[in-house]
Design a protein around this ligand. Structure first.
Ligand code: ATR
Length: 281
């Protein structure tokens, strides 16, 4: 039940109808009996500045930002957290004392998902990570891996974009290799991340023979529709540990919820099942 004192947050995107965030945040609101709501807000690119500037005036707690606004909103923030500046995108906005603070929690979500679901003996720092893709999601993944002091080998169909990403994220050990060398690079991997859109329902398949990959390497995919991508299925079949991408979505939402509603929510199997049942039926 909402009262006149309800705390309001939401997600801004265009389109926004596919977003799982309202289901996720409203689950936690209900679980904690919080007087609050989390709503989808479809905002066109030409209106984003006006809408963002209005948030403090409307008394909302903050918002998530999704496609296509993650880069554009940066110009309207009063303050940008270091990881968001590094990645070059904001996915979480907190209104604090009338000021807009831009954060990026995607990298944290990525690492938390691995930490929660990895086998006990697997250590993120034990070797190199091979990252496929150089888009926004890949940047968040790479920045998070660099923060964990992991050496990254980056490969992308468009090499120039990988070079740009590497230049932008300079500071950690990061090597760019050609897309057609990606299979050979697997030999050195302790972690393999698909951060491209390949393998997503409706997108082309990811073509990648895993023969060179050590069987101890952990394989993860940022794609979570389907939950078990053909990459994860192939890795599982040959005995590699795998972590699916749904957890990244769940864990990236934790810091925003805590800032807006004052409670740190927990990612449970029950929540995961709830989201799976709603969206994958
Ligand atoms: P996001 O912000 O979600 O990461 P994006 O910026 O559009 O999305 O990035 C999509 C990624 O998938 C890119 O790395 C893209 O490679 P390019 O930079 O060469 O476009 C990759 N990708 C998409 N379709 C691909 C395909 N058919 N083959 C190889 N890579 C592909």
């Amino acid at each position: 039940m909402l009262t006149g004192k309800a705390k309001i947050a939401g997600v801004i995107g265009c389109p926004v109808g596919h977003s799982l965030s309202p289901k996720l945040h409203n689950y936690w609101l209900q679980e904690h009996g919080i007087d609050g709501a989390y709503i989808p807000l479809e905002v066109k690119p030409e209106d984003i500045g006006e809408v963002i500037a209005a948030l403090p005036k409307m008394g909302v707690q903050g918002v998530n930002i999704t496609v296509p606004h993650k880069e554009a909103v940066m110009a309207f923030m009063d303050e940008i957290a270091p990881e968001a500046r590094r990645i070059g995108a904001v996915n979480t906005v907190v209104v604090h004392d009338g000021r807009l603070i831009g954060m990026n929690t995607d990298g944290e979500g990525f690492v938390q998902n691995l930490t929660a679901n990895k086998p006990a003996h697997w250590d993120i720092a034990a070797g190199k990570a091979v990252v496929l893709g150089a888009g926004g999601a890949a940047k968040a993944v790479i920045a998070a891996l660099q923060a964990c002091k992991v050496e990254v080998v980056l490969t992308n169909r468009t090499r120039a974009k990988a070079e740009d990403t590497a230049a932008h994220l300079g500071g950690g050990a990061l090597t760019v290799i050609d897309w057609d060398k990606r299979e050979a690079a697997l030999r050195e991997a302790n972690l393999l991340v698909n951060a491209t859109s390949l393998g997503m329902s409706g997108q082309p398949a990811l073509e990648l023979a895993l023969d060179a990959l050590p069987v101890t390497a952990l394989v993860t995919d940022i794609v979570y529709k389907p939950l078990e991508t053909s990459l994860l299925a192939a890795a599982r079949t040959r005995g590699n540990p795998v972590v699916d991408g749904l957890g990244m979505l769940l864990y990236q939402a934790v810091p925003g919820f805590e800032h807006w509603f004052g409670v740190r929510p927990v990612v449970t199997d029950k929540l995961r099942d709830y989201i799976l049942n709603l969206s994958f039926r």
